[in-house]
Design a protein around this ligand. Structure first.
Ligand SMILES: Cc1ncc(C[n+]2csc(CCOP(=O)(O)OP(=O)(O)O)c2C)c(N)n1
Ligand SMILES: CC(=O)[C@@H](O)[C@H](O)COP(=O)(O)O
Ligand SMILES: [Mg+2]
Length: 631
């Protein structure tokens, strides 16, 4: 296999075009085989095999810098840069990261995970290069989905202003995760597919080139005529207007054409954009047929294309979506909004049932937030479904447009807590700290899927401002589901286990960990109280007072950042209320980024385990109890 001899991009430069084509086939086979065992972003990577090969063939990474937007499509880049042998560890604990990772290779010059940052990074690297008097190439690879992100348009605007030498490769496969949305998507579609544009452009070029070189006035008129026709016909006029020289569209699977056009573009002064048209999932028929499903694959059977899904109780995502459907049947105010994650947020069924009440705005979390504010201003009940990590993008809109105006927006915050294989860029561990200090916002998290349904009802009945319910990327606990949803009193916590001396104040999936810890402690005659702190804001102040009055020591257990989380809120309460003598210990995510792996491994790494909680509780027992129990 040619692939066996590719350990560095330099090894590519010895190959002929036909050998590169053979190598492309080998890489596809490698991806399909490896990801069958590990899972991962199969379809995006199958779509960029030839493109990545040509980029590494023509340029000299890492001197020339490749900046992958999102970075989920960087597996081919990793294969070509000496990491082929690590693919059995893809997205596994201490294994190969599923995104670009600087600590893995000198060829990984820019990390991401969140979308639409590549053009800003490219601008920065081009500016730095020129200020340092260097001459390397800067190449951003951005997808048609990522291009709908506001940051990308901010950067395009600036790139066109600075006119620095840099290359934007637009990898246009018509797909975001779901089918792409938006005016930009339609514009690209026109360029991509309207043969009229292409044919007319070719005819125009050949006609104008036939005009013998004529001097003077006619030549100027002909040029002006060509320019005005170019305005009408040339494909990438939008990008040209942004100050980038547009090349394409080009077939992203045709190596000779790719080579030719990228070579051409690399010789042009100033910023250029090469419009590369690819097929997401290319070369593996199940992924080609349904690149939405195969954007992020679980392990699968290659022959049948059957993905191996974990069995068990319904995912919180699906419980949310089903509850929303039920509520929307009776409440016409409800409108669901998603920033490009209709699948991941569970809203596809909702869209099918209520096509006019599910809005996918593209990768535009900020826009989604402010649009939701306006929907609420007009008396509707917008449900903004968003991953915790992606809501980070819309912090100002949450504060400035929604909470400050005290508008009835419901935040359905999915992927709250550790997310596993996507790792540090995707964990939902900051939303409690970045939301709980914003005035007017209610923030809650259920202990199980039945309580999630009740919280959905709570949110719909609550019309005194914004309210957020957060839930993890896991299956529910398999508890019985009440047919009727019942609203929960805002700010009310729940004693799940009576006990004395130490109270474990836990939230969400940490309640199960607390119960396991209590079971361990019971064997030693220690019986902690367990509290479901289902409202982060407002706190259950009455419960907190009674814990102090009972002389309880408190352990707060949360799968979120310790700094500024629920535990901080509890500490602040006692301090602000001048209630002294309450010993509060916070067990949460420490002040570090937690890399990819399984949720279990991430909890073990950060000490969110029953064993650790039990050990901490024991150290907090009053001395006499410890003596009595032989501690
Ligand atoms: C800020 C942000 N929002 C949402 C996502 C989730 N996400 C990951 S990839 C993707 C689609 C990207 O589409 P495109 O750029 O066209 O890449 P393709 O997968 O088609 O190659 C989305 C929405 C993200 N990573 N970052
Ligand atoms: C790359 C990216 O951001 C998405 O594809 C993300 O990986 C989806 O996460 P889930 O698998 O949790 O839906
Ligand atoms: Mg795409």
């Amino acid at each position: 296999m040619l692939l066996d001899n590719i350990n560095d991009p330099k090894d590519l430069k010895k190959l002929s075009v036909s050998e590169l084509e053979t190598l492309a086939g080998e890489i596809r086979q490698f991806l399909v085989e490896k990801l069958a065992a590990t899972g991962g972003h199969l379809a995006p990577n199958l779509g960029v095999v030839e493109l990545t090969l040509v980029l590494h063939y023509l340029f000299d990474s890492p001197t020339d810098k490749f900046i992958f937007d999102v970075g989920h499509q960087s597996y081919v880049h990793k294969i070509l840069t000496g990491r082929r042998d690590r693919f059995d560890t893809l997205r596994k604990y201490k294994g190969l990261c599923g995104f670009v990772k600087r600590s893995e290779s000198e060829h990984d010059v820019w990390e991401a995970g969140h979308s639409s940052t590549s053009l800003s990074a490219a601008m920065g690297m081009a500016l730095a290069r020129d200020l340092k008097g260097e001459s390397n190439k800067v190449v951003a690879i951005i997808g048609d989905g990522a291009l709908t992100g506001g940051m990308a348009l901010e950067a395009l605007n600036h790139i066109g202003h600075e006119k620095k030498n840099l290359m934007v490769i637009l990898n246009d496969n018509e797909m975001s995760i779901a089918p792409n949305v938006g005016a930009l998507h339609h514009y690209l579609g026109k360029i991509r597919t309207d043969r009229h544009y292409q044919k007319a452009k070719e005819e125009l070029n050949s006609l104008l080139n036939k005009i013998p070189a004529i001097g003077g006035k006619i030549a100027k008129t002909a040029e002006r005529f060509k320019d005005s026709l170019k305005y009408l016909l040339v494909s990438g006029i939008l990008f040209e207007q942004f100050g980038l020289t547009y090349f394409g569209p080009v077939d992203g699977h045709d190596i000779p054409s790719l080579m030719e056009i990228i070579k051409q573009a690399s010789q042009v002064e100033g910023p250029v954009l090469v419009h590369v048209v690819t097929v997401k999932g290319k070369g593996y028929s199940p992924a080609e047929a349904d690149s939405f499903k195969w954007h992020g694959a679980t392990p699968y059977k290659i022959e049948s294309g059957q993905m191996l899904k974990a069995v068990g109780p319904p995912m919180y995502t699906d419980v949310f979506a089903d509850a929303l459907m039920e509520l929307a049947e009776k409440d016409e105010r409800i409108v669901a909004i998603t920033p490009a994650m209709p699948g991941g947020s569970g809203l596809m069924k909702f869209a099918g049932r209520f096509p006019h009440r599910m809005i996918d705005v593209g990768i535009a979390e900020q826009h989604a937030a402010t649009m939701s504010a306006a929907l609420a201003m007009e008396g509707l009940k917008p449900v903004y479904a968003v991953y915790s990590t992606f809501l980070q993008r819309a912090y100002d809109q949450v504060v400035h447009d929604i909470c400050r105006q005290n508008l009835n927006v419901v935040f359905a915050i999915d992927r709250a807590g550790f997310v596993g294989a996507d790792g540090e860029t995707h964990h939902g561990v900051y939303d409690i700290p970045f939301l709980r200090h914003v005035p007017n916002l209610v923030l809650m998290m259920p202990k199980d899927e039945n309580e999630l349904r009740n919280m959905m009802k709570t949110a719909m009945d609550y019309n005194d401002g914004p309210i957020a319910v957060r839930y993890p990327r896991t299956n529910g606990l398999g508890v019985p589901i009440d047919p009727e949803m019942t609203a929960i009193p805002i700010g009310s916590w729940e004693v799940l286990r009576s006990g004395e001396q130490v109270a474990i104040v836990a939230i969400g999936p940490m309640i199960s960990v607390a119960e396991e810890a209590a079971d361990l402690l019971k064997r030693e005659g220690i019986n902690p109280r367990i509290i479901n702190a289902r409202f982060v804001k407002p706190l259950d102040e009455e419960m907190l007072r009674s814990l102090a009055e009972d002389g309880m020591q408190i352990v707060v257990l949360e799968e979120g950042a310790e700094l500024g989380g629920l535990g901080s809120a509890v500490m602040e309460f006692y301090s602000q209320q001048q209630i002294f003598g309450v010993n509060v210990r916070i067990i949460g995510v420490p002040d570090v980024f937690v890399e990819h792996g399984s949720v279990k491994e991430q909890r073990a790494e950060t000490g969110l385990t029953a064993e650790r909680v039990a050990a901490d509780v024991k150290t907090m027992m009053p001395r006499r109890t410890r003596m009595a129990t032989g501690q």
